[in-house]
Design a protein around this ligand. Structure first.
Ligand SMILES: [Mn+2]
Length: 287
């Protein structure tokens, strides 16, 4: 196992409610890497990226933070480390994966685990919140400022991307992904086939024509009955053990380049249940 480098992304401007920006501090203060520690895998925090000016508009704030995060993930990969980004709202994904893409030769695959599609643009989003847009940006759609961070757009090709766990979406983003032919595993399919089998197939899709792949986990993919501490809860998600079990097949996969876990809302959590989920999901991929 490579050395794990944890990067906190204290961003909340991508959502209407900024609560997720406090997540990295809470998670860092929580003894969440105990299981990784016990397994003897080297790891360290590479700080928490904060916004320098607090009065920025959402687009400038997300841009500034994503630029800093992209530099951090790129540096970690160049050193041969395995970066884990802890959000923050999901807009940080634009930085995480732009950085990863800039550090590799060839195509990048990505598995997007989320209750939502996060594939709106300013033209299709009812809320205009940027945490509903990061996947569209990475596919080259939306604000040029965000699509071109750390290199040319697009960062991802549609055939190298899969979504898992979707159960809430808007018409415009669904149309875009359908036109592009992106593979979406809705919750119905996970209920029928099981998370492990779906993950296995998704991994084969994102590895097919790429140099390596990453996973972006929005904690709202999990069921809010079990994990209430998320930015935008939607009933009917996966259970933590179900997703953890599915992720164990990625252990020591040399093409698995980086992980991101986002949308932890410490103010909605109950007895640190969702913070524990962050820890368990990381332990699942780190033997
Ligand atoms: Mn999301």
């Amino acid at each position: 196992m490579k050395r794990i480098v944890i990067i906190g992304a204290a961003g909340g401007y991508g959502a209407q409610n900024h609560s997720c920006q406090d997540a990295p501090e809470v998670i860092r203060s929580f003894d969440f890497l105990q299981q990784v520690e016990e397994s003897g895998i080297p790891h360290h925090w590479d700080g928490i990226v904060h916004l320098r000016k607090k009065d920025a508009d959402a687009l400038s704030a997300v841009y500034e933070l994503c630029l800093l995060i992209s530099e951090k993930t790129a540096n970690a990969l160049k050193k041969g480390d395995f970066p884990i980004v802890i959000g923050g709202d999901h807009s940080c994904a634009i930085g995480t994966w732009s950085g990863v893409k800039s550090a590799i030769e060839g195509r990048l695959g990505l598995i997007w685990i989320d209750a939502h599609m996060d594939s709106n643009t300013y033209d299709t989003s009812p809320s205009l919140a940027i945490h509903g847009m990061p996947l569209a940006c990475l596919l080259g759609y939306g604000e040029e400022k965000l699509t071109h961070i750390s290199g040319a757009a697009p960062k991802l090709l549609p055939e190298d991307v899969c979504l898992i766990g979707v159960r809430s979406f808007e018409e415009g983003e669904a149309r875009l992904l359908k036109e592009l032919g992106v593979r979406i595993y809705f919750m119905e399919e996970i209920r029928q086939r099981g998370a492990t089998e779906v993950m296995k197939e998704a991994v084969s899709v994102v590895k097919r024509k790429t140099t390596g792949f990453g996973i972006s986990i929005d904690l709202d993919a999990l069921d809010p009955m079990e994990e209430p501490g998320v930015g935008s809860p939607v009933p009917g998600g996966m259970l933590k053990d179900e997703l953890s079990e599915a992720l164990t097949q990625l252990r020591s996969d040399q093409e698995f380049l980086a992980l991101e876990i986002v949308e932890y809302n410490p103010y909605l959590d109950s007895k640190f249940a969702t913070a524990h989920a962050v820890s368990d999901l990381i332990a699942a991929i780190a033997p």
